[in-house]
Design a protein around this ligand. Structure first.
Ligand code: SF4
Length: 196
């Protein structure tokens, strides 16, 4: 084996969301069961899976790609010979610039050229219904779904909004609607949810 590397792979299996990206790049090292990826022939320590292995540069590159493709950063790789981290999954914020969010006194929003949304919760059908109005009170498009993610991804796919602030507003309202649906609460667009 040319250019041998002695490495340790760590997989925080509890945090794995099971989207299988790692298997695309490193199917020789990961398998899938019970909605999660698992390091093959691993040993366990404190809820994480580990594997110590000798690999070629080519294989190491596959594993690095797998680690970088993980959307929740639960794969890390260490070089055991050089005692250094190859792929780190911890978050470093020591040099981050801190910005304190300003208190918003005005809730004014610039109108989106694509229209505005009316959001409703249908408790009977257990669904969220979103109407896009291009003219006042006339629903041009109705988007129906069970979760905020299903709905906002559909809205983005169909290019039904065009502004960041509008997207953020919609995300907030969809999450409120979803909580109302789950908890059997009244949902009123633009109002806070009332839990008591
Ligand atoms: S890429 Fe990450 S989250 Fe997705 S299955 Fe693999 S370890 Fe789990």
């Amino acid at each position: 084996m040319k250019h041998v590397n002695r490495i340790r792979i760590k997989h925080d299996v509890d945090k794995c969301v099971g989207n299988k990206n790692c298997l695309l790049y490193a199917s020789n090292y990961f398998s899938f069961s019970k909605q999660k990826a698992h390091l093959q022939d691993n040993y366990k320590k404190a809820n994480a899976e580990y594997k110590d292995i000798t690999v070629s540069h080519v294989e190491l590159n596959k594993l690095i790609k797998a680690a970088y493709s993980c959307p929740v950063n639960v794969i890390s790789i260490y070089d055991l010979k050089k005692n250094k981290v190859i792929v780190d999954n911890s978050i470093h914020s020591e040099s981050a610039l801190d910005i304190v969010a300003e208190k918003q006194t005005s809730h004014e929003m610039i109108f989106d050229k694509t229209g505005y949304f009316l959001v409703k919760v249908n408790q009977e059908l257990k669904q969220i219904e979103v109407g896009l109005c291009r003219k006042r009170n006339i629903v041009a498009v109705k988007i129906i779904g069970k979760t905020p993610e299903d709905i906002y991804k559909t809205i983005i796919k169909h290019k039904l909004l065009s502004r960041f602030d509008h997207a953020a507003y919609l995300g907030r309202e969809l999450q409120k609607a979803y909580i109302a649906l789950q908890q059997n609460l009244d949902y009123v667009q633009d109002d806070e949810l009332k839990f008591f």
